[in-house]
Design a protein around this ligand. Structure first.
Ligand code: ADP
Ligand code: MG
Length: 702
């Protein structure tokens, strides 16, 4: 989407600009002027001749040109009319600051619908309503069309925020951290333009090298996913998604399908499109600092140089905890350091220059360590020096050394109150990201490397399986006509069969004699299960008997199953007994699908059996799944090593497993009637002929 007219407008009309000090109409007008906006500003206000000497217009109809953007600040009962007038004049881009729409519920929801009608009728684009505006710091534009009293530093981080107030607070905090912005957007209610539109625009926005997002909701998940995935391949996208906590309760639900809650869906979606999820606004800053200032380290070996021992130990711990390594310094490096560091100093990694280190010591040490081939990145720890020097002087001391840039990514941990003597602006000038704690620095570096790994892997493909859908629609229609939520085994078998899922031999019988006959002709141990619409969890009521190896055992099992079933339902409700071949010697895994109203089919993978509900060792992705998604899902669970084979066992048939996961994805996309699916257990082993889905539940919507 081309939003250049919004972000690089030649002229802006402010409908509702005001002379009154302290009013929104005034603050907005003032910020635009104060930030030296390069285009023309047209205040529109029928009651004022001018604002601060800038002539006012009585209506948008009287403007000398059609402005690129109209900002609407009037009262909510006048707002829609104002947009209509803009439409009549041919204005195509609206920033609706006015609040009192969907966010207030009731009347507001209606008002927003009316507003959108007008926007569509005139083929306009709109940011908001209920937003704080937008900023573009590019010197050629220099536009602060927002309420933000803070004028951000020019930089390369774009920030798209669903919350206006938070956005403004963030700009303020970033100023303190000296983090520069390219674009800021407060999205408000996202009635028209939403995240996807802005992300799409930012993909080709040259000044932006890092994209950050604060989200409370995600619209049009499928489009968002496509756009975000494509953007992530070019620039890191860092998001804080609020609304995590709900998930706790949902995830605790005992049904496997309900293990999928919306936050898990968000998590899955982010993974699939490479979005780096920040746990907090603080982490969002930290990551932005790292990505916007330093290149991604080419490896994970870190060197630490410090003037104090304690923080260096903390750093070492944090580095290893985050999956990074402490580099081992070469003999040459250690020798050179020995040449000028005091005797008490440590010349292995971490390099402890001790408290007497001054700006020369830092510079010389950095210079030596930078040359070590065994080091991929350097963490410079500065604890406020007791004597000799200040952090500012240390930063000054780096200037010459870093004049041509650094061969290695550098990160600074500055453990001191950020006052004048810290010289933050000098660190900023040198593009050195400054962290308050070693843990945050290590976390950011680890995320950079994770991002690089994500990008380096091929995007993955969605496989298309050939399916004979023949009579499947009738199955769904028949079940819906009967108002049956859960499909019958015969129906499930027809569906899964059409998608070529690996199924065991199964047949429904009415007598033990039939079962024994199957046993004789198959020559394999059997499993017997009750088949009834009333019994969803069969083993709970004693409706399953496994590993039946003789006619006697089969006969007895048949009788027991019938007797147990008759205790919970009437004889006429029992369709028969399902006879299956026994699949032994494998591991039980579970595949599931739960249709999320917002995100679409969430596919689940985990170890099967009862423990799934206790340990929740499961992974999720949203359909359509790529082959890469399926592989990652399998590798992600904690019990993955069990599937790889322990104590000399062979690995299970992973190709068949990931193939089957992708079939679940296609089945779910083909049939929106299916709202939940549970293939549990799927018995898998090293031999493909021994991998079968022995139980399946499909729940439909009607
Ligand atoms: P439900 O989930 O309704 O209780 P299942 O069909 O899943 O019934 O059977 C319960 C358990 O019995 C399964 O989790 C599995 O451990 C075992 N089982 C069922 N069918 C087979 C089979 N064909 N081969 C091997 N084990 C089976
Ligand atoms: Mg089961």
């Amino acid at each position: 989407m081309d939003l250049a007219a919004f972000f690089e407008p030649h002229s802006i009309a402010i409908v509702g600009a005001s002379r009154k000090e302290g009013s929104l109409g005034r603050v907005f007008f003032d910020s635009l002027l104060k930030y030296h906006y390069s285009g023309k500003v047209y205040p529109v206000n029928p009651k004022a001749p001018d604002i601060d000497g800038v002539p006012c217009f009585a209506s948008v109809g009287e403007l000398p040109e059609v402005p690129d953007v109209a900002v609407i600040l009037v009262r909510k009962d006048l707002a829609i009319e104002a947009v209509k007038e803009c439409g009549e004049q041919g204005i195509k881009n609206i920033i609706m600051i006015t609040a009192g729409f969907r966010e207030v519920g009731g009347e507001g929801i209606k008002r927003e619908k009316q507003l959108m009608k007008v926007v569509r009728r005139y083929d306009m684009k709109m940011i908001g309503p209920n937003c704080m505006g937008i900023i573009n710091t590019h010197p050629a534009v220099s536009m602060n069309a927002s309420f933000s009293p803070t004028e951000p530093y020019v930089g390369n981080v774009a920030f798209v925020s669903q919350s206006g107030a938070l956005g403004v607070a963030v700009l303020e905090m970033c100023k303190a951290l000296r983090l520069g912005f390219s674009i800021f957007v407060s999205e408000g209610n996202k009635a028209d333009l939403a995240d996807s539109d802005f992300l799409e625009y930012l993909e080709n926005h040259e000044e932006t090298t890092v994209v950050t997002l604060y989200q409370e909701s995600i619209e049009e998940a499928e489009r968002f996913r496509k756009i975000a995935a494509s953007l992530s391949r070019r620039k890191p996208v860092i998001a804080v998604k609020a609304g995590r906590s709900q998930s706790g309760a949902k995830a605790a639900s005992s049904h496997t399908g309900a293990l999928a809650s919306s936050d898990l869906a968000t998590e899955a979606l982010f993974k699939q499109c490479g979005i780096l999820r920040a746990e907090s606004i603080e982490e969002l800053f930290e990551l932005s600092l790292a990505f916007s200032n330093q290149p991604i380290p080419s490896g994970s070996r870190l060197a630490v140089i410090t003037n104090a021992g304690g923080p260096a130990i903390l750093a070492t711990d944090a580095i290893e905890r985050n999956g990074l390594q402490m580099a081992s310094l070469s003999a040459k490096t250690r020798g050179s350091l020995r040449g000028f560091l005091p005797e008490e100093a440590a010349v292995h990694n971490p390099v402890d220059m001790i408290a007497s280190a001054n700006e020369q010591t830092y510079r010389d040490t950095l210079k030596v360590v930078m040359k070590d081939d065994g080091v991929d990145a350097i963490l410079i720890i500065i604890v406020r020096p007791p004597v000799n020097t200040t952090p500012r002087m240390i930063a000054e001391g780096f200037k010459e050394l870093l004049a041509q840039g650094s061969q290695k990514p550098l990160f600074v941990v500055l453990m001191a109150q950020h006052d004048e003597s810290c010289g933050l602006e000098i660190f900023q000038e040198l593009k050195l990201p400054v962290y308050a704690y070693p843990e945050s620095a290590a976390r950011s570096i680890a995320t950079m490397i994770k991002y690089k790994e994500w990008k380096s892997k091929p995007a993955g493909k969605v496989r298309k399986f050939k399916v004979d859908k023949g009579s499947l629609l009738q199955i769904f229609e028949a079940a819906a006509a009967d108002r049956r939520e859960y499909l019958r085994t015969s129906e499930i078998q027809a569906i899964l069969g059409a998608y070529e899922f690996p199924l065991p031999f199964s047949r429904i019988v009415q007598s033990k004699e039939e079962a024994v006959e199957i046993f004789r002709s198959l020559g394999k141990p059997l499993v017997l299960k009750v088949e009834s619409d009333d019994i969803i969890h069969k083993s709970d009521i004693g409706g399953v008997r496994v590993n039946l190896n003789s006619p006697e055992a089969i006969g007895q099992a048949f009788d027991e199953i019938m007797a147990n079933s008759l205790r919970v339902t009437g004889g006429e409700r029992i369709v028969g007994v399902l006879v299956q071949e026994m699949i032994s010697g494998g591991r039980e895994v579970a595949l599931g699908m739960n249709r999320d109203p917002n995100y679409g089919p969430m596919i689940m993978f985990g170890m099967g059996g009862i423990f799934i509900e206790v340990f929740k060792d499961v992974s999720f992705r949203i359909a359509p799944l790529t082959d890469r998604d399926a592989t990652e899902m399998v590798r992600e669970i904690r019990e993955y090593p069990v599937l790889e084979g322990i104590r000399g066992e062979k690995a299970v048939d992973f190709d068949l497993l990931t193939d089957t996961i992708q079939r679940v994805s296609q089945l779910a996309l083909d049939w929106p009637q299916i709202i939940e699916m549970d293939l549990n257990p799927f018995v898998i082993s090293p031999q493909s002929e021994n991998c079968k889905i022995v139980d399946a539940r499909i729940r439909i919507r009607f």
